[in-house]
Design a protein around this ligand. Sequence first.
Ligand SMILES: [Zn+2]
Length: 421
Amino acid sequence: MESFEGIKIDPIRHILIDENVLKEVPYILKDLGVRENITVICDQNTYEAAGKEVIEYLKDFDVTLCKFDKAHLVPDERSIGEMILKMNHQSEFLCAVGSGTINDLTRFVSFKTKIPYGIVATAPSMDGYTSSVSPLIVNGFKRTYNAGYPQFVVGDLEVISRAPYDMITSGFGDIIGKYTSLADWMVSNIVNGEKFSEDIANIVRNSIERCVRNVEGIKSRNESVVKNVMDALVLSGIAMLKVGNSRPASGLEHHIAHYIEIKALMNGQIPPLHGSSVGVAEVIATEIYHKVFSLDRNEVQKMIAKAKFESRQEYVERIKRVYGPISNEIFEEVGEFYFDNFEREKRQKQIVEKWDYLKNWVRENVPEPYRIKELLKSIGAPMALKDINVKMNLDEIVKNAKEIRKRYTILRLAEDIGLDV
Ligand SMILES: [Zn+2]
C-alpha cells in the first residue's frame, strides 16, 4: 500500500482502517520483512481491547509482551525506562497496541533503539498516529521530541468504536480544531509569506467536513462515522508529513491546548485528554477569529497607528513568571523574531493591504463559535474550560499561549495591530 485517500504515505508503509483487520497484522509484518522476534507493547486496557487478539494472530512469531500495569500511564522517563527493561532487545519490530501514550512511548523508544515500529490503534482519540514527534513529560515538563514514523497504522473499526466514549469525543475535538489550524496557516501565508498548500488544506478541510456532516453517528458509536474520525486523524498526520511541519493540523487552538496541558502538569494535575482541550480551545479560537475580523480596514489602520508593544524587559519578566522552569525553552523557540520592528512593519503593511481578503476568507471558512459549541454539545463533549476542570482565567491563557511556538497565528496578528483579544 502506498497511498491513503489518494495521498502518498511514504515512509509509512501500510494504513488499514477497516473492519476485521487485526488478523492482517502478521501479513503486514511479513511484508515488512519481519521474521521472528517482536515485542508487543500495551497496557492492561489495550491488552484486553486488542492486544490479546493481536498476539493470538502472531503465533508464527516469537512474541515478547511488554505490558504496563499502571492504571494511568504517563509518557514520562519512568515509562520509557520500564519499556526498555521489559522489551526484548533482540526484537526486529515493536508493535504498539494503544493510543496516545503507548504510541508516543513506542515511537520514541523505536527511534532511540533503531527498531522499527507499527501501531494497532485502540481509540480514535488524537492525531498523533501518523506523526513523527513524541510529546513526552521529562522532569515534570512536557516537551516534544523528534522520533520516527510508524511502518504501519492498523485501526480495527470494532475495536476503536468500542473505545471509552471520552476518547472518541476527544478525537472529534482534535478534528474540529483544524478549522483554525488551516485559518492560521492561510493568515501566515498572506501576512508573513509562509508557504501554503491549497491542495493539502483542502484535503484536511474535506476530512473535517465529513466528520461534521455525520456527527450524530458518534453518540451511537456508528462504525462508519468512527471511521470518518479515525481517517481524518490519520490524514492530518499525513498532511503534516507532506508539508514537513505541523502547520495544517496545529494553530492557536493547539497552542491554547498545550498551554492548558503544561499548566496542569506544573500544578501536579493530570491534564485533560488532548483532543478535549483542543475542542474547548476551538470555541475560544473561533471567538478570537470573529472578534478580530469584525473590524474594518480603517479601524485596523487607526489601531496600528496607536499600537504600543510590550518592552523586551516586560516580556522576559512575564515569560519567567508564567513558564518558570521552562522559560529558557520558550526564549529559545521564539527568539528575537517578534522584536524585529522592521519585520513587524512589513507585516502590518500586508495586514492592511489584504484586510478585506482576509476578512472574507474568515467569514467563509471559520465557523462561528456557537456552531462549534453546538457540535461539541451534540456529542456530549466538553465545551468550556470548566468542563475540563481548568480554573485559569481566559485572558491569562490567551496572552501566554501564543508564546509556546514561534509560529505566526491570529494571536500574533492581533498583537501586530495592537488589539487585546
Ligand atoms: Zn492535536
